[in-house]
Design a protein around this ligand. Structure first.
Ligand SMILES: Nc1ncnc2c1ncn2[C@@H]1O[C@H](COP(=O)(O)OP(=O)(O)OP(=O)(O)O)[C@@H](O)[C@H]1O
Ligand SMILES: [Mg+2]
Length: 244
């Protein structure tokens, strides 16, 4: 199988606090990987290092065979290949839905406005938000905002989508609509790396589940293994606490 992203010996410290320790892992093309673990275990930092919102303290990030932390690599081009969806949406609240999905395409990808609008509408349709192109982001519900944020990321036509707890800021009744969109994307063959507390979702959708604790990957494997036959005591304890 083809590795899209490979992380080797990745570490990250904030001051003397080592938040990620010698992380090795990879994401294959078309794979859906869910990252689980307690608060503070380093999940967000891992995603932020992968898309270079944080500078890793050590280790390698290999993207399609290229060492992107090496001197010669175009970091800017690499970052456009990764779509990111945050807990807090990060939409432009005063802009309408369409514009939120167009701006990045025009600024970063240098697409013409008309073309960018076509692409945006295509992905707003995918997330079921094409009826809302003229609505201001601030008028939307949390679930709708997050679906627009997903469409915005998809509009850049990334190779990999990174999600950092995309449903954690939502009212419970809106979680389902966002997870449904993500499920459909997973089925469509999109490569996805998802930090989530939604264990049922991870069970159902993930090809592989990665359990992190205190800056290390404790265990990873297919959801049946991680949830039904975890090999490590730390995984068992975490699941006992969370699934209760
Ligand atoms: N910019 C920063 N400066 C200093 N410390 C940080 C910074 N970002 C994260 N940390 C610390 O790194 C550790 C891991 O944080 P991180 O946000 O990656 O955890 P997480 O697994 O995403 O947790 P949660 O489930 O609460 O989102 C925490 O102890 C946090 O306080
Ligand atoms: Mg986090």
């Amino acid at each position: 199988m083809e590795k899209v992203i490979e992380i080797q010996h990745l570490s990250k410290s904030f001051g003397t606090h080592e938040v990620l320790k010698d992380i090795d892992f990879s994401v294959q093309k078309g794979e859906v990987v869910c990252v689980i673990g307690s608060s503070g275990s380093g999940k967000s930092t891992l995603l932020r290092c992968i898309n270079l919102l944080e500078k890793p303290s050590g280790g390698k990030i290999i993207y399609n065979g290229e060492d992107i932390l090496g001197d010669r690599h175009d970091i800017h081009a690499y970052r456009t290949k990764l779509g990111m969806v945050f807990q807090q949406f990060n939409l432009f609240n005063n802009h309408n839905v369409l514009n939120n999905c167009v701006v990045g395409q025009v600024k970063v990808m240098k697409r013409r406005k008309e073309e960018a609008e076509k692409v945006a509408i295509k992905y707003l349709n995918v997330v079921g938000m094409d009826q809302y192109v003229n609505a201001k982001a601030q008028q939307l519900s949390g679930g709708q905002k997050q679906r627009v944020a997903i469409a915005r990321a998809l509009s850049m036509e990334p190779d990999v989508m990174l999600f950092d707890e995309p449903t954690s800021a939502l009212d419970p009744e809106m979680v389902g609509e966002v997870l449904k969109v993500m499920k459909d994307l997973a089925k469509s063959g999109l490569t996805m790396l998802i930090v989530t507390h939604e264990m049922e979702f991870a069970k159902e959708v993930a090809d592989r589940v990665v359990f992190m604790d205190k800056g290390v990957i404790v265990e990873e494997g297919p959801p049946e293994q991680i949830f039904n036959q975890p090999q490590k005591e730390r995984t068992r304890e975490f699941l006992k606490r969370t699934l209760r």
